[in-house]
Design a protein around this ligand. Structure first.
Ligand SMILES: O=C([O-])CC(=O)C(=O)O
Ligand SMILES: [Mg+2]
Length: 650
């Protein structure tokens, strides 16, 4: 099989089938682009170009498969169980004639199917030699252009669209047409395109997903698939999955329940995994679990793509999720990372607690957001002075993000000062929809809010809480927009020389305040960052650039660190390590501009650094399985990262 980049396993873009071909024949061969397709694609023009070597290898593989399945059949008659080898992932070899398997085959793409295969298509960048060798003559206009020129042209086209959703759709079309060009575009223009494929535009895309839906980009697992989830996973064309991002669509950004249309989120997050964190796109699997929706508008929308029923809860919900979690581990093994995304609070905390000790799980909204905010606060200390524990924190929003961040701050304080975490928590206050979280409310509080119920008289509004607690840092994480009013920001500015104000809710419409409001109302003194990006603001003749406190800084590098170390569990210390790595990337130059995050343009380098620190922690904690530990983890992380440059086809 062709290897793209020496021995680096992440960069090896072989599909699972082609990989198992290598393993079953135990020899290295070189071949043109390989596509995995179901058996129905056999006999298409694309098969004409199967090299002799490949033919022989396929023959060998078929023979091996036949002999092993017949020996399995014999065994089957004497024993009632069937056992596939470790690498016989889908049990093709060990299946008896009475069992069902998915008929995956390996073919070599050329001609028209090659142009239609997003993994291998290069469009006008196919060279003359490739056009001859792959039956492309006449299928393309005569011109041959470079990938760089393709990028330039696409960016030019992209900038013609005035409506953000049109840009989103153009990017999705490109991803479906020419995957490497999509990633090249995204990596080379990350600051411009992040808001297109990610927040805020992805929010609007989810709201309108039913209308703009063209091609499924991930797996839809609904209640209809109950009892058959393992089978469904086997329908996905890639076998070697390293990262799954899964949502049940109940709390999409700050937009609420979007049901099955939440699929835009796993798709967007995973394209960032590849672009920013260098995980191979073929190793990424977006999943939406559809248990219904309570969104009346969607239920009545004729274009809605999901189950038309209200959300399953309780046992029905738990059973489907449990089947999914078990099937994932059974199919992909212990080292597949499952990232929970945009679940509603109650399920998010329960799922993390339930599967944290049996699976490699990470909740981006609880843990990723916490890690990115802690990094921003560590950097902000360079501007406002003092140590973490010398500050007072007030949150608006006591859900996943709010309590997740609060807990990680307390953990870091406790590490730095040696005080118990319970004591560290006393520096941190949270306001929810019923007011300040105080001791007298403890009985009626959800369990994840209880550690934050401190002794204080009841306070109803955020403004009164700000005036009473006098925080140095104000963090918005409630998902509700326009809640940091002029009075709130002015109050923060009245007792802080440099109030730290983080408006984390997404997308832009849900931001607690705008950058312009934060700077204007604080007379240019606020240290401000937001979850969705804002353009620089001019106030009194001076320009203020604000950072984007978004988990996109953390999860791609964090995931890369887990994967390169072969980690089997996530540990809080890994989140702290990621925060430290990110905070160290904020330069004096950034700080001088009031920025508490580095620019996204350096994100791949930053991700490699985060990955190295997370991996180092995994080794230190004994949670890493990739042994021996590479000497230089940062160089190793970089060497593992997917590159979107075209490869040459013989
Ligand atoms: O997607 C984003 O921009 C950040 C995030 O996880 C959320 O808001 O739920
Ligand atoms: Mg999220």
């Amino acid at each position: 099989m062709f290897s793209l980049n020496g021995s680096s396993f992440l960069n090896n873009s072989l599909s699972g089938v082609s990989k198992s071909l290598t393993q079953s024949t135990q020899r290295k061969i070189s071949a043109p682009p390989v596509v995995v397709a179901s058996v129905s694609s056999n006999g298409k023009p694309g098969d004409r170009n199967v090299s002799v070597l490949m033919e022989n290898t396929l023959k060998e593989m078929r023979e091996t498969a036949t002999s092993s399945s017949s020996s399995a059949a014999v065994e089957q008659e004497s024993k009632s169980t069937v056992g596939g080898g470790v690498e016989d992932v889908y049990g093709e070899d060990s299946a008896t004639e009475h069992q069902y398997i998915t008929p995956w085959t390996v073919t070599v793409a050329s001609g028209y199917p090659l142009l239609r295969d997003p993994h291998y298509n290069k469009g006008l960048a196919f060279t003359e030699k490739e056009r001859d060798a792959h039956f492309l003559r006449g299928l393309l206009p005569p011109v041959v252009i470079s990938q760089d020129l393709q990028v330039k042209k696409m960016m030019h086209n992209m900038r013609q669209y005035q409506v953000p959703l049109q840009r989103y759709m153009a990017m999705m079309d490109l991803q479906e047409r020419n995957e490497r060009l999509f990633y090249k575009l995204l990596i080379d223009n990350v600051e411009e395109l992040l808001p297109v494929v990610y927040t805020p535009t992805v929010g609007e895309a989810c709201q309108k997903y039913g209308s703009i839906f063209r091609q499924p980009q991930g797996l839809f697992i609904s209640l209809k698939e109950k009892g058959r989830i393992l089978e469904v996973l086997k329908n996905w064309p890639e076998k070697k999955i390293q990262v799954i991002v899964v949502t049940d669509g109940e709390r999409i950004l700050g937009l609420g329940d979007l049901g099955c249309q939440g699929m835009g989120i796993p798709v967007g997050k995973l394209s960032l995994y590849s672009a920013l964190g260098g995980i191979r796109p073929s190793a990424c699997l977006p999943v939406t679990i559809d248990v219904g929706t309570n969104n009346e508008q969607l239920l009545n929308d004729e274009f809605y793509i999901g189950l038309r029923r209200r959300r399953a809860t309780g046992q029905e919900y738990a059973e489907l999720l449990h089947e999914f979690m078990s099937a994932v581990k059974q199919n992909y093994g212990e080292k597949v990372l499952i990232q929970f995304e945009d679940f509603a609070n109650h399920n998010a905390f329960d799922l993390l607690a339930k599967y944290g000790s049996t699976h490699l799980v990470f909740n981006d909204d609880i843990q990723g957001t916490a890690s990115v905010v802690l990094a921003g606060l560590m950097a902000a200390l360079n501007l406002v002075g003092g140590t973490l524990s010398e500050h007072r924190f007030l949150f608006l929003g006591a859900g996943e993000a709010g309590t997740g961040i609060a807990e990680l701050i307390a953990l870091e304080m406790s590490k730095q000062t040696g005080v118990p975490v319970e004591e560290a928590r006393e520096k941190i206050w949270l306001v929810d929809s019923k007011g300040l979280i105080v001791k007298s409310r403890v009985e009626s509080l959800q369990h994840f809010k209880r550690p934050w119920a401190h002794e204080h008289e009841p306070v109803r509004t955020l403004l009164d809480a700000v005036k009473s607690i006098k925080p140095t840092v104000l963090i918005g994480s409630s998902g509700a927009g326009r809640t940091f009013t002029k009075e709130v920001v002015e109050a923060m500015a009245s007792f802080n020389e440099k109030p730290v104000i983080l408006a984390l809710s997404n997308p832009t419409s849900q931001s607690e305040c705008t950058a312009e409001e934060a700077y204007t109302w604080s007379e240019g003194r606020a240290i401000f960052a937001s979850g969705s990006p804002f353009s620089p603001v001019e106030y009194n003749g001076k320009f203020y650039a604000s950072g984007q406190a978004n988990n996109a800084y953390i999860f791609p590098g964090f995931g890369l660190g887990l994967i390169i170390s072969g980690a089997i569990r996530v540990h809080d210390d890994m989140l702290l390590a990621a925060s430290e790595a990110l905070a160290e990337q904020v330069s004096q130059e950034n700080l001088d501009k009031g920025l508490i995050y580095p620019p996204f343009s350096n994100i791949r380098k930053i991700s490699a650094q985060i990955a190295a620190r997370v991996a180092a922690k995994a080794y230190e904690l004994g949670l890493a399985t990739r042994l021996p530990q590479p000497e230089n983890l940062e160089a190793y992380a970089e060497s593992c990262m997917y590159s979107p440059n075209y490869r040459h086809y013989r």
